[in-house]
Design a protein around this ligand. Structure first.
Ligand code: PHE
Length: 445
């Protein structure tokens, strides 16, 4: 307990590590299939609004709880408001991070396997059959996920500055170059007009579907790593006088640009080959390999770059997911960072096994979705918004106005007032409405 809390080496180290958490499978794999299955442009507009009106205030609030509490996702609440139950928000967050990493590690394993496949010559022939056959096996996907989790554990073992911060410092620039290069190439393939229509031309009927709102809001939370104690934990490694608003703005801008550029990478190629954007979770694993194959010789190289991109993006996020629970336990049990990281990594790996098996090896479904899809939807659409909702209520309604301004690094004045209004009224009401309608629709429609 008395050990000195770790800290970031620099402000850019913090921004890059946070961006590493935000930019991940969510921006590429999840964004493309969620947008593809939820009406394209309508989803995009609601997602962008959610990012600005919900994402920004919530990110600031999570940072400020961590920075003020200078402790883990649960203890920070207890320190700021002793003898209250607000820490439940942190508890839900740690739980969400735990559950998300269990299936995130499975998709990370798929991505690693595909990288390997493109190193050794690519996936020729029927990419759908290849994918279904691979994920339907009982042992192989689990072994790949083991490898992915082992790399994650190895980085987190090294600690905040040496492991997380320094790995993000080289991963993020490489990722940005890769996604921009691939998008530029995709735009030359001939599907640009259709892709632009799909992404940017609003189809108004989709705005009346509550599920599109739930999906878009869930995506905003997922992609910004909100509602799971990550921003709170990362904020707690900041010095108390650190600037927050500009960091949050930079992170959100970069994460959103990354998703948009991923869209420009995926959809033009998709339409150029006359393929279907509503493929679902298999989109990047089935549709893209089909495209790489059709590109001929260069396709194997492009495919390799793409899956390296996907794997690195997944890794920089999975380390943040693991760090939340590691940080949580480190303050509570007498074990070294090493021991705790190994222990939690193993438990989360085991927890991922049913998700992997639910993809064909066994019939494990909940509420009509495979176990993996259920974990994804339940965490993103229910747990994350609930945890964020409680955090927002905690700060906006129980902190003194002056404390809010001090700890979020906002000034009194137009911006501060706008933030306060958003945080007190708009954000809680919007989350609550979407949660209630969305869940109702999900369960009963
Ligand atoms: N934000 C990451 C992504 O977009 C996923 C993630 C979710 C990371 C939750 C950490 C926590 O893929």
């Amino acid at each position: 307990m008395s050990a000195k809390r770790e800290q970031w080496g620099s402000r850019w180290g913090f921004i890059l590590a946070t961006m590493g958490s935000a930019v991940g499978l969510g921006n590429i794999w999840r964004f493309s299939y969620a947008m593809g299955s939820n009406g394209g442009s309508a989803f995009l507009i609601i997602y962008l609004l959610s990012v600005i009106l919900l994402g920004f205030p919530i990110m600031l609030i999570e940072f400020s709880i961590g920075k003020r509490g200078q402790d883990d996702a649960v203890q920070s609440f207890k320190k700021i408001a002793p003898k209250t139950s607000w820490y439940i928000a942190g508890g839900l967050g740690v739980l969400a991070a735990f559950l998300i990493l269990s299936f995130y590690g499975i998709i990370g394993g798929w991505s690693l396997r595909y990288t390997y496949e493109y190193i050794s010559g690519g996936i020729g022939g029927d990419s759908s059959a290849f994918f279904q056959n691979f994920i339907g096996q009982s042992v192989s996907p689990i072994l790949w996920s083991f490898l992915f989790m082992a790399i994650t554990v190895a980085i987190v073992l090294m600690g905040v500055k040496k492991g997380i911060e320094s790995s993000s410092k080289w991963m993020m620039p490489i990722l940005s170059l890769l996604v921009i290069g691939l998008a530029a190439y995709s735009l030359t393939l001939g599907g640009t007009a259709e892709a632009f229509a799909f992404m940017f031309q609003p189809e108004w009927s989709a705005f009346t579907d509550p599920e599109v709102y739930l999906a878009a809001m869930g995506q905003a939370f997922f992609t910004l790593s909100l509602g799971m104690g990550i921003m709170l934990t990362y904020g707690s490694y900041l010095k108390p006088d650190e600037r927050l608003t500009s960091s949050a703005a930079v992170i959100i801008l970069l994460d959103t640009s990354f998703a948009l550029i991923s869209g420009l990478m995926i959809f033009p190629a998709l339409f150029a080959f006359g393929l279907d954007p509503t493929e679902g979770a298999g989109l990047v694993f089935i549709v893209l390999p089909g495209i790489f194959d059709a590109l001929g010789g260069i396709g194997i190289f492009v495919g390799l770059l793409f899956f390296v991109l996907l794997t690195l993006a997944a890794l920089s996020s999975s380390i943040s997911l693991l760090e939340v629970s590691v940080s949580f336990l480190m303050d509570r049990v007498k074990m070294t960072r090493k021991g705790i990281t190994l222990l939690l990594g193993s438990i989360i790996f085991l927890l991922g096994i049913p998700s992997s098996l639910s993809q064909g090896a066994m019939d494990i479904t909940i509420l009509g979705s495979s176990f993996l899809d259920f974990m994804d939807l339940f965490t993103a659409n229910v747990l994350l918004p609930s945890s964020a909702l409680i955090s927002v209520l905690f700060v906006a309604w129980t902190w003194k106005k002056q404390d809010i301004y001090t700890h979020t690094d906002l000034k009194q004045g137009a911006v501060g007032t706008a933030f306060l209004m958003l945080a007190r009224f708009f954000v809680p009401v919007a989350i609550a409405l979407v949660l209630v309608f969305g869940i109702f629709n999900w369960l009963f429609a």
